[in-house]
Write a protein that binds this ligand. Structure first.
Ligand SMILES: [Zn+2]
Length: 245
């Protein structure tokens, strides 16, 4: 096959109930960001220093995610009476993430073709044996095709529709869960703070707004990645301007 997976860049994750510690970085980094984003950023910087801008941009894109994130919504696991809320929750979460990222990413719902994210529903859901409001399995990697490099992301999201006691989860319950799982797609880790989008959900007090505490570090790491993309574009245009005569 003409596709080569760069094993070093491969990052696979599943959502965990608690924040996991990160180590190995020389600079202290906030735990809310997935370590693989910093690792990709470091590779992007190294490639840029070496003048390998295609690789540098691919690793920066690993951090930035696709500009258009194609999402396929599968409502078959939801009872008819709850479908409107289930769909509204996902649409609301997608819009909140687009707004929070300054519309740098478009979350586009598609019914056919290739999609990076699949979202399904289940009446009950357990992660590591514990009741969970949502679950995400994702992978992010840099792929080489010939001389070209690109970042790819794929994720499978499951959202829960019934409480452990069997009552229908509300629009806000499902919105919190969808916001949380999209947070993993964009590179956030679990938090142990009840009150954070990335924290455990209190079903009586779901959170429907992403906190600045969570957004600021994500915006910072994205700015760093964007500066590498801009540098690559600048060098490319300069190389043309100052081509040897
Ligand atoms: Zn999680």
């Amino acid at each position: 096959m003409w596709t080569t997976f760069l094993a070093r860049a491969l990052a696979i994750g599943i959502s965990l109930p608690l924040a996991m510690g990160i180590g190995g970085a020389t600079t202290p980094r906030p735990v809310v960001i997935q370590q693989s984003l910093y690792a990709a950023l470091q590779k992007a910087e190294t490639f840029a220093e070496q003048g390998e801008f295609r690789q540098a941009v691919a690793y920066a894109d690993f951090v930035l995610n696709p500009r258009v994130l194609r999402v396929r919504l599968d409502l078959s696991g939801v009872v008819t009476s709850q479908r409107a809320d289930a769909e509204a929750a996902v649409v609301k979460a997608a819009k909140a993430w687009e707004d929070s990222l300054g519309n740098e990413v478009e979350i586009r719902f598609v019914t056919g073709g290739v999609s990076a994210v699949r979202i399904g529903f289940r009446s009950d859901l357990k992660v590591w044996g514990a009741d969970a409001a949502g679950h995400l399995v994702w992978s992010r990697n840099v792929v080489q095709i010939g001389d070209d490099y690109s970042a790819q992301v794929s994720a499978d999201m499951t959202l829960r529709t019934l409480s452990p006691g069997g009552r229908c989860l509300t629009l806000d319950n499902m919105t919190h869960a969808a916001l949380h799982e999209f947070g993993h797609v964009f590179g956030l880790n679990d938090s142990h703070w009840v009150g954070d989008i990335m924290g455990p959900q209190d079903l009586n007090r779901p959170i429907t707004k992403i906190s600045e505490r969570e957004l600021t570090p994500l915006r910072e790491v994205r700015r760093e990645a964007q500066s590498i993309v801009h540098l690559a574009e600048w060098v490319e245009s300069s190389a043309t301007l100052f081509a040897p005569r």
